[in-house]
Design a protein around this ligand. Sequence first.
Ligand code: FAD
Length: 379
Amino acid sequence: MDFSLDSKQGELVLKAREVAREIRSIAYTPNLSTVQYVQEFSAVLARSNFLCPTIPKEYGGLGLDRFSTALLIEEIATGFPSAAAIVDATIHAAEPILLAGSRQQKEEYLPLLTGENAGLASFALTEAAGGSDLSLIVTAAEESGDGFLLNGSKDWVINAAEAKFLTVIAAIGKTKKRSSLRVFIVPQSTPGFKLGTARKTIGLDYAYIGEAIFDQAYIDKKNVIKSTEAGSGYLLLTQTFDLGRAMVGATSVGIARAAYENALEYAEKRVQFGTAIKNHQAVAFTLADMAIKIEMARLITWKACWLMDQGGDYSAVSAMAKTAASTIAQEVTSSAADILGAKGCEKGSLIEQLVRDARILTTIEGTNNMQKLVIASQL
Ligand SMILES: Cc1cc2nc3c(=O)[nH]c(=O)nc-3n(C[C@H](O)[C@H](O)[C@H](O)COP(=O)(O)OP(=O)(O)OC[C@H]3O[C@@H](n4cnc5c(N)ncnc54)[C@H](O)[C@@H]3O)c2cc1C
């Protein structure tokens, strides 16, 4: 096994770090609306073609493998986690097209997420009643002429206001079977699509998150992903999630690292009882525990990505990476806040933002309980 980065990966990390610094400075620009922050972050990310880095070069993307993508996401998340969330969501939205889209769908939609003028995309699955339990999905598509009329409402959709298109999961017909689920590509301009309530979340709150409503939205048949090769629509979904989970792992590692770096710097400078607090063993051991956990979270995330790139069986390891890393991000941000003393309780501080951001990660992309169901089913 070789854990060293090659020169291309090293350059990618340096570039991503530079972009992440720029994003963090924008995040501290006061009085922008959420949509404006998203637009500013997107413009900076697009300049380096970082909005959907998994898209192959033939469609204008960077064609990054999963390992390199995880490196990129960790850096962006270390700089400012909400920006990593908008990239994660865009990668996730493009995934069903990459996995099972037709040539025409790839040529029409993937280039919208690449290059300097790239935009974002959304993955819209969750509904008011149906979160973890997909059998409760009520958004449905009825055949109509050469297409479908889509009706229903999705919630908690990242990027919904700024997405060039949404990949929407809906049932065909009236059956509630998993096999009736399909993935629809819905361009933002589709008549009958509108935004609902914008959600205010405790973390990742510089990303736009909200409802997406479909009211007799006509979707041409060419925009339904035929998941024949990949199995049923439900299988396509599970494949999409298997790939996406490791990216939440990488985001979690980035958040944990930012908190650790912040706490370490503080512990080296803050003097109590005549010495820097880092010299008190309890503080040093806390930092050591944080470093151990970050290393573990990164390694399992890398392993999941390595398996993806090798064509191995990554489903359970990807779920493990998401579960372990998101749990660790919560633990490490909390430990960092402890080390910062009163400053760890200060509103508007970096650590406050990181604690709030970490809180979200055990829930999104399938709650950690759902990950354990995936893992347990493969034991
Ligand atoms: C900031 C944010 C961004 C999001 N972005 C998106 C997005 O872009 N697109 C999208 O589609 N969704 C998105 N979501 C939604 C997210 O994926 C769901 O919140 C998540 O899947 C959980 O669904 P739920 O909230 O309905 O919880 P529920 O499914 O109601 O679960 C509630 C609790 O019960 C537990 N539980 C449920 N069933 C079981 C079981 N069988 N065994 C054990 N425990 C169980 C869960 O683990 C959880 O703890 C986002 C959510 C947030 C907070």
